[in-house]
Design a protein around this ligand. Structure first.
Ligand SMILES: NC(=O)c1ccc[n+]([C@@H]2O[C@H](COP(=O)([O-])OP(=O)(O)OC[C@H]3O[C@@H](n4cnc5c(N)ncnc54)[C@H](OP(=O)(O)O)[C@@H]3O)[C@@H](O)[C@H]2O)c1
Length: 267
């Protein structure tokens, strides 16, 4: 079968096995931290960003390969530019970009404030847009690149009490799909991974919030979130990282939103 593949395509497929320069946002904990560990274990150079310098330093110190912690608030466009500039200066252009920084809040529509709305869009939609816009030219010029956005099952369906979060995640999936179409054939792919409830600090905060607002015990609140996945448990960060790795190694996957939610969303 492989002998039927044109040499240029074969070269493109194999190039993911090279050691790459990676930038991972939201790398201080949760999904971003697990993805950073995977990419470092595979031998790549891994730059890490999030606001909490302490968390980044801890993650960087535990990685087996070259790591570069870059504390930044990604809602600030100048900070985004500085992060990319620092990576380029040390290692050259970003070749693998994984956008895992995110924020979540919950409120009925009528109690969703302008601040809630702006914060969700700034972190979950505008920051990934700016990172993609900054990363893509060098990827195209180099003829190879991978970008993966950690979106959410909320990119594909609407649940109660999360209108701002849902809007931001639907939006970022739109950016992914459009950018992927624009770059098709360039050697650069852009995809999203759409998890259900993942066992991270973000979900633990949701459990506390449900418990506080409904009077359920934390255990009952956790079970309610577990039942949102038909497999009746939370998703692990390793399972999300598996889907990220699939996007990195398979050039035929482009413009997708890959569900990692135990079968809750079937599209
Ligand atoms: N957990 C879930 O159930 C779930 C489900 C579906 C999708 N997702 C998505 O997956 C992504 C990762 O979530 P997670 O569960 O790993 O969350 P998490 O454990 O809370 O981690 C979020 C990361 O984003 C960083 N971050 C937040 N705001 C930032 C900002 N303004 N600038 C830079 N970094 C910022 C955080 O660091 P600092 O606070 O230090 O900045 C942290 O490193 C998010 O986009 C989330 O929406 C999560």
């Amino acid at each position: 079968m492989s002998s039927l593949i044109r040499p240029s395509i074969k070269r493109n497929i194999n190039r993911v096995t090279e050691k790459r320069t990676c930038l991972i946002t939201g790398a201080g904990r949760g999904i971003g931290r697990t993805v950073a560990a995977r990419l470092s274990a595979a031998g790549h150079r891994v730059a890490l960003t999030a606001r909490s310098a302490d968390e980044l330093t801890g993650v960087a110190g535990a990685l087996p390969g070259p790591a570069f912690p870059l504390p930044a608030d990604l809602t600030d466009d100048a900070a985004v530019s500085n992060v990319f500039g620092a990576v380029e200066q040390r290692w050259g252009p970003v070749e693998i970009l994984v956008l895992a920084a995110g924020t979540a809040s919950s409120a009925p529509l009528t109690k969703t404030t302008d601040d809630d709305w702006q914060q969700a869009l700034a972190v979950n939609l505008t920051a990934p847009f700016r990172c993609l816009r900054r990363a893509v030219p060098a990827m195209v010029e180099g003829g190879w690149g991978r970008a993966v956005v950690i979106a959410s099952a909320a990119a594909k369906r609407g649940d109660a009490y999360v209108s701002a979060y849902t809007a931001s995640k639907h939006g970022v999936l739109g950016v992914v799909r459009s950018t992927a179409a624009e770059l098709a054939g360039s050697g650069v792919t852009v995809n999203a991974v759409c998890p259900g409830f993942v066992d991270t600090a973000m979900t633990r905060a949701s459990i506390e919030n449900i418990s506080a607002t409904t009077g359920r015990t934390p255990e009952q609140a956790r079970q309610a979130l577990e039942r949102r996945q038909p497999i009746n448990r939370l998703i692990t960060t390793e399972e999300v990282a598996d889907a990220v790795e699939l996007c990195l190694r398979t050039p035929a996957i482009n413009g997708q939103g890959i569900n990692v939610d135990g079968g809750a969303v079937q599209s």
